[in-house]
Design a protein around this ligand. Structure first.
Ligand code: HPA
Length: 233
């Protein structure tokens, strides 16, 4: 048991998917895993363990933002020995990305100050695990979805009136969300493997957003790619 995860050691698989939304964790457990058992309900941040193609996999909600996901991944790595963690989530698209496209995050920039506390002020560049990244790219290509591989950014503010998003776009960043930077950074410090597979749910420049009936179908593709990366990467 940890402060935020009411599970026993062994209840959580070595491989875990991390959606921000706990109800998405429930959806993945019920629709994509076999024999899933719920191990956490503390703060309604649901977590489940089941199997996918015979392999033990967990799925855990993380909440929104770097402070929240930092709590969950720290406990998962430190107290539950999780080795491979793949974030599945939505993002705002930049540049040529379009609604429903999948983005596989090679590196995760941020405006958060959390990493600098750990590095003593040095600007560490958090990256995805290459084996997971490659397996996700192979899975996305085989799936037939439109996908992009490149930089993403985990921003502290969802509602941001500054020009930060223009700056990110000028640097070729593909999408903005709020968590991957912490996942990649904490994984690096704990020597674990991490990746983020995202779906573009709204577009920052065109202001389009995905109609709710399309969200489930897109979710399916993203989860299949993440599970395939987890198993083959
Ligand atoms: N900003 C940050 N996080 C997000 C967004 C966004 O526009 N869309 C989905 N997650």
């Amino acid at each position: 048991m940890t402060v935020h995860i009411g599970a026993n050691k062994g209840d959580i698989a070595e491989t875990i998917l991390l959606p921000g939304d706990p109800l998405r964790a429930k959806w993945v457990a019920e629709n994509m895993l076999e024999g899933a058992v719920q191990y956490n309900s503390v703060r309604n941040m649901f977590g489940y363990t089941g199997t996918y193609k015979g392999n033990r996999v967990s799925v855990q909600g993380t909440g929104m933002g770097i402070p929240s996901i930092s709590i969950y991944v720290t406990e998962l790595f430190k107290d539950f020995d999780v080795q491979t963690a793949i974030r599945i989530g939505t993002c705002g698209g930049l540049g040529k990305t379009q609604l429903r496209d999948v983005i596989i995050g090679m590196a995760a920039s941020t405006d958060s100050g959390t990493n600098r506390r750990a590095t003593g002020g040095l600007d560490f560049a958090p990256i995805a695990n290459y084996d997971l990244l490659k397996a996700a790219v192979d899975a996305a290509a085989a799936h037939g979805v439109t996908y992009h591989v490149g930089g993403i950014a985990s921003m502290d503010l969802f509602y941001d009136d500054s020009n930060a998003l223009d700056v990110l776009e000028a640097h070729g960043v593909l999408g903005v969300e709020m968590e991957a930077n912490a996942l990649y950074s904490i994984a690096a410090r704990k020597q674990r493997r991490a990746l983020a597979v995202l779906t573009v749910s709204d577009h920052i420049i065109t202001h389009e957003s995905m109609p709710s009936e399309q969200r489930e179908k897109s979710l399916n593709a993203m989860v299949e790619i993440a599970l395939s990366a987890a198993l083959n990467g």
